[in-house]
Design a binder for this molecule. Sequence first.
Ligand code: XMP
Length: 507
Amino acid sequence: MQEKIIILDFGSQTTQLIGRRIRELDIYCEIYPYNKFPEGDEGIKGVVLSGSPFSVYDEKAFKVDLSRIVGKYPVLGICYGAQYIAYSGGGKVEPAGSREYGRAHLARIKAGNALFDGIDEGSQIWMSHGDTITEIPGTFERIASTESVEIAAYEVKGANVWGVQFHPEVYHTVDGTRLLKNFAVGICGCKQDWSPASFIETTVASLRSQLGDDKVVLGLSGGVDSSVAAVLLNRAIGKNLTCIFVDHGMLRKNEFQNVLHDYECLGLNVIGVDASQKFFSELAGVTEPEKKRKIIGKGFIDVFDAEAHKIKDVKWLAQGTIYPDCIESLSITGTVIKSHHNVGGLPERMNLKLCEPLRLLFKDEVRRVGRELGMPEHLITRHPFPGPGLAVRILGDITPDKVRVLQDADDIFIQGLRDWGLYDKVWQAGVILLPVQSVGVMGDERTYERAVALRAVTSTDAMTADWARLPYDFLAKVSNDIINKVKGVNRVTYDISSKPPSTIEWE
Ligand code: XMP
């Protein structure tokens, strides 16, 4: 029985972070919408109630019946979670002053309290709430304050219920991980035995029993998620797994051959399909970004489907879907946004059952599992790359010649990042081929050629991103190399836009 902490999501932006912090403690946890508590799961060791964009007084505020949880498991309420527990017990919650937003410091911690074990007064915390608890019911006891908040944390005596007004999951709360550990280990009794090795062992066993002798197909993209999923499945079912790697012609320079070679070295049963001509002809003359995406998405499904049909008796389609793709996140209106899949529509069209062995992992955990499986580091630390590939980095129509120009420029940039030790310092990087030509001079000749933009960003999840502050000397070298070596380019620019309001890709 896998022991776990359940996190009930009341719509806070930091709910996933709570999950990540707990997983970083080698404790398994799962996130559920606030109203979908997995009753009957015998592995549950404790429950966390997240924050929320709502006030407990809002008509639309998310409410749960606490009697199904309190008394059965240890409970930790965070921000709204804490307010909701206090309010439901007869306490008072009121709008907070602006002083209570941002950094604060713990004061008057109750000595010997299990939640604050090893955490000293003065420790910095992060407050981010519109409301504050001003009165707690009689059975509650205040266990910490801050300079301006009287009830920063409480305990419900004898009930194994705890509440904190601040956010232990955010980086600015210096002892936040310690507090979550005190809850999950000290109070709930979790063993901290969730590790990549234990994940591989249990997943391989469950894949074997789920799949038996069935045949499985999996689409490889060259990215970390699908590659790790493939290696894991290969360990479980060996040759019953067939991987299909489609070259749509918009991959990086030599990437198809290199990655195919890596896959073969990993012992995967992989079919490489060069479908670039099909994609080039379907994309000819298309300039509209969404149309390009649709053509590539549909073309990929067509090619994949045709290849998969050549294999007899396939029953399953495997995908490298990961946890952030699956968590049903709550929007402020209360509607549940459905989980999405990497290749929408493919399982339905092929009439196959879906197998997603990584669906409970965060990205960094996928990488740890990949390392544990012995995969090469360059596959594991590879930057994200969009499914439609260079097609969304060529502004305007796509021709094989433009792809070649972009591949050459991109190769110089990416190889340069590696050579200068910068590759792992940025989240993602690439070159964009602009639909402009400009005048230059080379030797004694006037040139009138293309301009490219370099894009490199720092990020943690691609939801927000900032342009990477790459050294000037590095940019100078890359610019020089591109202009001298890539025929057809005579100008290099560097994109200094952040997301939002810009996006990472240009299309
Ligand atoms: P944006 O441009 O929206 O990109 O800031 C965020 C992240 O998503 C990647 N991306 C895609 N990935 N299919 C994909 O598989 C796509 O159509 C697509 N568009 C953007 C992008 O590279 C970045 O990592």
